[in-house]
Design a protein around this ligand. Structure first.
Ligand SMILES: [Zn+2]
Length: 90
């Protein structure tokens, strides 16, 4: 079982939206956000992955951690380079 949080807002705090259930689909449960666009988007993506029909226009990125300081990387450029914006400048 994988619990799912979505980062957002200025504080970039992860907000719980649900978990990936046994069938490989999203489950909101009691505290999840089944009506959130992020929940619906991930559930749709998981269904496409399971069917082997992931659209070429959809990119899947890992969250990753900075190779220098170990902090979570949150933006695509940092994830691609493996370094956060502060560590990239050093
Ligand atoms: Zn760093």
């Amino acid at each position: 079982m994988h619990f799912v949080k979505v980062r957002g807002g200025e504080d970039q705090v992860g907000h719980y939206i649900g978990f990936v259930g046994k069938g490989g689909r999203m489950v909101a449960g009691k505290k999840g956000k089944g009506d959130a666009p992020s929940f619906k988007a991930l559930d749709w993506t998981l269904a496409k992955l399971a069917a082997g029909a992931l659209p070429e226009t959809l990119e899947v990125w890992h969250q990753g951690r900075c190779g220098r300081c170990g902090r979570a990387l949150t933006d695509p450029e940092s994830i691609e380079t493996g370094l956060g914006p502060i560590c990239r400048g050093k």
